[in-house]
Write a protein that binds this ligand. Structure first.
Ligand SMILES: [Zn+2]
Length: 77
């Protein structure tokens, strides 16, 4: 990841840190409803949610992805 092209990356990192806190809160909330996660990418379901990822959406909701879709959508690079 090249950060050099983004002079305001410091501000971005602050936002990211806040987002991570919110993510943790969202994840705790999700953990209370473990009866089943549903991947919004492929519709797969999971009782345990191992390896699944939840992301905050622009409207403040959460988007849940199975491991495969999370990697496809967000990758590792
Ligand atoms: Zn999926």
């Amino acid at each position: 990841m090249t950060m050099r092209e983004h002079p305001h990356m410091g501000d971005y990192e602050d936002d990211l840190r806040r987002a991570k806190v919110e993510f943790n809160q969202a994840w705790i909330r999700l953990s209370n409803f473990r009866r089943g996660l549903i991947c919004i990418g492929c519709g797969a379901t999971s009782d345990l949610g191992v390896g699944w990822k939840a992301y905050l959406t622009a409207d403040g909701g959460t988007a849940v992805y199975c491991p495969d879709c999370a990697e496809f959508e967000f990758g590792t690079n």
